[in-house]
Design a protein around this ligand. Structure first.
Ligand code: COA
Length: 330
């Protein structure tokens, strides 16, 4: 019995923020943003639309495409750094209720941009242990709620969105999730951080005045570690499984910066056609970025059943992860 990646779904909020918009709120310009990041647009949820709402919309699509009865879902995992509520209830519990599901485990995980791959590894373990028939995994983010729109070094990078997948079981080797790496190194904990409103700096007027409730990033340092970690992780995963990079149909990296993706692609000797790029359109949507990218190639009919995907993510923590997965849609 193996775990399989049965379906994908995504949701993009309707409000577009293009680079010109940022020219109007901070000292920046379209040319700088596009040249340094590869981003042209990103999307923003409505004020009354929360992370759980984005996750629910993506989940509905994934459930419908899986062709399963939602009552057969045995677990819901939501990866997010922008939950509806800071501590509780979890966004997964809210999603579960909005989907009309009861009496199944539902929980959030905090692994920043690597969250979807972390969720995938938990789902794989649970279905292979026959604890759940199907697991719904979601990466959902309303990052606009934790972005400081006065900080030009971060605000231009991030967008809102959600992606979801159903993980099921198979006995067919050619349908399975082949392997997953997840890892972390807390030494670099301050590279990407929201310093305020946790137990260390509880919410106070001072915290709010200093904008500590928002994401801070050491961009340049993060960039260098990202390229190295993403490349090393994937090289190790491929060699452990005896798979060469030319066998990969779709390399789907976390969409943080075009230059990071290009550098990793070059290290792996990947052809342009193998690399999935959505950063131009969505910006960095953290845990939602990989499932949104998978959904893009699914909807544009580039992704076919039996295709081999290589997922690769990196994020705050620092955390990272990669996975070799056959797409096993219905
Ligand atoms: N518009 C114009 N100038 C900007 C700017 C903006 N939006 N943001 C930063 N700058 C300026 C800086 O102030 C700096 O100016 P200075 O030299 O006068 O001090 C200059 O551009 C260079 O800044 P630096 O941070 O060194 O640029 P960079 O080439 O590293 O690019 C990032 C910045 C954020 C795009 C890049 O570092 C990056 O993508 N890092 C990784 C991000 C990432 O992966 N994050 C998430 C991981 S999940």
């Amino acid at each position: 019995m193996f775990a399989k990646f049965l379906s994908i779904g995504a949701y993009t909020p309707k409000n577009v923020m293009d680079n010109k918009y940022f020219e109007s709120i901070v000292e920046t310009d379209d040319e700088w943003i596009y040249k340094r990041t590869g981003i042209k647009t990103r999307f923003k949820a409505d004020d009354n639309q929360y992370t759980s709402d984005l996750g629910v919309e993506a989940a509905k699509v994934a459930i419908q495409r899986a062709g399963i009865d939602k009552k057969d879902i045995g677990m819901i995992i939501c990866a997010t750094i922008s939950p509806d509520y800071l501590c509780m209830p979890s966004t997964a519990c809210i999603i579960s209720h909005k989907l009309g599901l009861k009496n199944i485990p539902a929980f959030d995980i905090s692994a920043a941009c690597s969250g979807f791959i972390y969720a995938l590894s938990i789902a794989k373990a649970y279905v292979e242990a026959k604890v759940a028939k199907y697991v719904l995994i979601i990466g959902a983010e309303k990052l606009s709620s934790i972005v400081d729109y006065t900080d030009r070094s971060t605000c231009v990078l991030f967008g809102d969105g959600a992606g979801a997948a159903i993980i099921g079981t198979t006995t067919n080797e050619k349908e399975k999730i082949i392997d997953i790496n997840i890892s972390a190194d807390g030494e670099f904990q301050d590279f990407l951080i929201t310093p305020g409103c946790g137990s260390k700096n509880p919410c106070s007027q001072k915290v709010l005045d200093e904008h500590l409730q928002f994401m801070k990033m050491k961009g340049n340092e993060t960039f260098k570690v990202a390229v190295k970690t993403l490349s090393n992780d994937v090289v190790e995963l491929l060699s452990r499984n005896g798979i060469s990079s030319d066998k990969i149909d779709h390399f789907i990296p976390h969409q943080a910066n075009y230059r990071i993706i290009k550098a990793v692609g070059d290290t792996l000797n990947l052809h342009e056609k193998q690399i999935v790029l959505t950063v131009e359109k969505y910006g960095n949507t953290s845990s939602a970025s990989i499932p949104m990218a998978i959904n893009d190639i699914y909807e544009s009919k580039r992704l076919k059943n039996g295709d081999l995907m290589l997922l690769d993510a990196f994020g705050g923590g620092l955390t990272w992860g990669s996975s070799l997965v056959y797409f096993a849609g219905n």
